[in-house]
Design a protein around this ligand. Structure first.
Ligand code: SF4
Ligand code: SF4
Ligand code: SF4
Length: 345
């Protein structure tokens, strides 16, 4: 189906249709704060599609912050059952960086040992993406994630009077059935292209091409930049928790006081936390803040990038927006790139 255009007034109709079939979540402005959060849509007319990145990414629906994995009872005949839950869910208004973030989690959770909980959440999920306006922290242009090639059912780009609609799947095409659409004109296509080019230009802020980062970082493990940037870090782990591509978790046993039943739950964990690398014998493999910062950067821009072929950072800027001391991946990368260039000359 060729690209379509819908008027702004069609968006509430589309939402109402989706709400009749599934729970629909979309970005909502947080009361009293200049922040946005995904929450359930109650009124299709209240959804605003021009927003700054939500505090938590859409990953919270595919990989919840806390989730039961197993339930057990220690009766005469002990019972142990896996808890795998899924519901039809539409994420409405995901930015390209969030769509890339879900791609990154798909690789991590489904590559070798397929995670049943994650796949159950993802199989019930539909994505309606939307184009965005960057703020000063966005750098998707540098990460190659400013536009999604896949991973959406519909993708909307603002054009005069409405939205250009790209259809990514058959389910996406079905969402438009019976709604007033028209084939995209050359003018609408040109507007969308121009908008994307402007956004890529605004968000290209890392001073080297992203595919050069694994090689570049391989010679910088001993750089003093790690210590200089880490010196102000509180090891709070916020940057991990808000990151769309971080997927580490801990599994906790929760036993009832009666000691006859309990659950195993997983909850988000993060490599910037001091305890993260502590092992049973008491050693901590990354005891220093600079070791943890370096590890985080190597994961995102080297190890997982090399393994899966795309950076494990979508350039969303959430980590720096939420970091109390503004440790900014763009600044860290640019300092490292300058050092690598200095070493070569
Ligand atoms: S959010 Fe900032 S202060 Fe907290 S661990 Fe991350 S870099 Fe350190
Ligand atoms: S490292 Fe920061 S900018 Fe990159 S994906 Fe994670 S939160 Fe976004
Ligand atoms: S990083 Fe790019 S895709 Fe994500 S919100 Fe900013 S401009 Fe949009």
């Amino acid at each position: 189906m060729p690209l379509q255009v819908i008027g702004c007034e069609v968006v509430p109709q589309l939402l109402a249709r989706l709400m009749a079939e599934a729970r629909v979540v979309a970005p909502h402005r947080r009361t009293g704060a200049d922040q946005w959060a995904y929450a359930e849509v109650r009124d299709p007319c209240e959804v605003e599609l021009e927003y700054i990145s939500t505090v938590l990414p859409a990953k919270k629906y595919a990989f919840p912050p806390v989730e039961q994995l197993v339930r057990y009872e220690l009766a005469e005949r002990p019972l142990m059952e896996a808890v795998v839950e899924s519901e039809p869910l539409v994420i409405f208004g995901a930015h390209p960086c969030d769509i890339h973030g879900l791609w990154a989690l798909d690789q991590a959770f489904c590559d070798v040992n397929v995670d049943p909980n994650y796949t159950a959440h993802r199989s019930g999920m539909r994505i309606v993406g939307v184009d965005c306006v960057p703020d000063e922290h966005c750098f998707c242009g540098s990460m190659g994630t400013a536009t999604p090639a896949e991973g959406f059912d519909l993708f909307l780009t603002v054009v005069e009077g409405g939205y250009l609609v790209e259809i990514g799947t058959e389910a996406g095409a079905a969402m438009l059935d019976g709604l007033p659409t028209q084939e995209a004109s050359a003018a609408a296509l040109a507007q969308a292209k121009e908008r994307l080019a402007r956004r890529i230009q605004q968000t290209t802020r890392v001073s080297a091409e992203c595919h050069s980062l694994p090689l570049l970082l391989s010679g910088l493990a001993d750089s003093e930049q790690w210590g200089e940037h880490a010196t102000k870090c509180y090891s709070c782990g916020t940057c991990n928790l808000v990151c769309p591509t971080c997927f580490c978790f801990n599994v906790i046993d929760r036993m009832a006081l009666t000691l006859d039943r309990g659950t195993k739950e997983r909850e988000w964990d993060g490599c910037m936390l001091e305890e993260f690398s502590k092992v049973a014998t008491g050693e901590n493999f990354r005891e220093e803040r600079e070791d943890r910062l370096r590890h985080r950067f190597y994961r995102k821009y080297s190890y997982l990038f090399t393994k899966y072929g795309r950076p494990y950072c979508c350039g969303c800027g959430r980590c720096v927006r939420q970091c109390l001391v503004h440790i900014d991946p763009v600044e860290v990368l640019n300092d490292l790139i300058a050092e690598a260039e200095g070493r070569r000359s």
